[in-house]
Design a protein around this ligand. Structure first.
Ligand code: ADP
Ligand code: MG
Length: 332
């Protein structure tokens, strides 16, 4: 049974960024306004996520890392109107079956915090009081050490995994309003260096400026339109001719209701239309889709990054028309 759980866990948590993503989303769900991510050796030795959210109350300690433990859903119908990122109670249970999980946490009702150690089956094996601020720190050491083959692959690809993680953290830093992000990495004897650092601005525009710089921002053009009353598209695209250079998909970020997602079809469309104005480069695209939760299903893939739209045809046509106005006002 433990082996089956480990294999299933490997589907929710399949690389470094899917692991850190779950922890960052838990911090956002907990109402954090400051989220710090520390990596040791690009995350290979350990990674930890420190937040100033609401903390975890003692009555939840024992079940915290057990499968399907969640405090975020009370009844099945809630699944259709989800506003939090998590709801399946799978992340912590998967992480503890794949690595060494410890949690430090304190709610405002507790005078002291608690340090918890979990075994690979999700049971608490150590508990002691500590001094700490209200909030939670989750540390995962030696991810995938319980799956030897995956573990080797993880070490071999660690720099690529790390690159993917930085890009994902940029996505959260872009879209989360009023949340400060700091991500540091330390290797060997080298002290930690910041790789992502934002101030928690109040708008997408200000977040873009902190993440990519003002000179990048001046090469962007806003895109805002509504498909229906409760279906809006807002964001920024490269101005005609001003590509991001570099490679396909570089600096393209898509969000649905503030949640980073992969939208390959939208990306392909933006690239295709941009080519009318600049055939050598690819555009920057940072787009947030605000949709009624009934119009899309984010639960088709375990990592919640693939999206199913109930009326994708209309969306693609509207996008083609609106983006076409920017890149090919005469041709398209
Ligand atoms: P889910 O997010 O789907 O509920 P998780 O396994 O990610 O499941 O987390 C289990 C539970 O642990 C959450 O429902 C929440 O109650 C608690 N939790 C996890 N991380 C945090 C955090 N950073 N701050 C507060 N509570 C947390
Ligand atoms: Mg979660």
């Amino acid at each position: 049974k433990a082996v089956v759980h480990r294999i299933c866990s490997g589907q929710v948590i399949f690389d470094l960024s899917s692991a850190v993503k779950e922890l960052v989303e838990n911090s956002l769900d907990a109402g954090a306004t400051s989220i710090e991510i520390n990596l040791k050796d690009y995350g290979e030795e350990y990674f930890k996520v420190i937040d100033n959210g609401c903390g975890i109350s003692p009555q939840n300690f024992q079940a915290l890392a057990l499968k399907h433990h969640t405090s975020k859903i009370s009844d099945f119908s809630d699944l259709h109107s989800l506003t939090t990122f998590g709801f399946r109670g799978e992340a912590l249970s998967s992480l503890c079956s794949l690595g060494n999980l410890t949690v430090e946490t304190r709610t405002k009702n507790e005078p002291l915090g608690t340090h918890l150690i979990f075994d690979h089956s999700g049971l608490v094996t150590g508990e002691r009081k500590i001094a700490r601020q209200v909030g939670t720190t989750v540390t995962v050491g030696k991810l995938f050490s319980t799956l030897p083959v995956r573990s080797k692959e993880f070490s071999r690809n660690i720099r690529r995994e790390y690159g993917k993680l930085v890009s994902l953290l940029n996505a959260y830093a872009l879209i989360a309003k009023g949340v400060r992000f700091l991500c540091t990495n330390s290797t060997g004897k080298n002290a930690k260096s910041a790789v992502v650092k934002t101030q928690g601005s109040a708008s997408l525009k200000d977040n873009i400026i902190t993440v990519f710089g003002i000179s990048t921002f001046t090469c962007l053009e806003p895109l805002n339109f509504s498909i229906s009353e409760d279906f809006r598209v807002e964001g920024f695209l490269s101005k005609p001719r001003y590509g991001s250079g570099r490679t396909l998909g570089d600096r393209q970020y898509f969000f649905i209701n503030g949640r980073p997602v992969d939208m390959p079809k939208v990306s392909k469309l933006v690239n295709e239309l941009f080519r009318y104005s600049n055939s050598k480069q690819f555009p920057i695209a940072i787009l947030n889709f605000t949709v009624p939760t009934t119009a899309c299903d984010v639960n088709v893939s375990p990592d919640k990054r693939k999206i199913f739209f109930s009326d994708e045809g209309t969306l693609m046509l509207s996008l083609r028309a609106e983006i076409g106005k920017i890149y090919c006002p005469n041709e398209c």
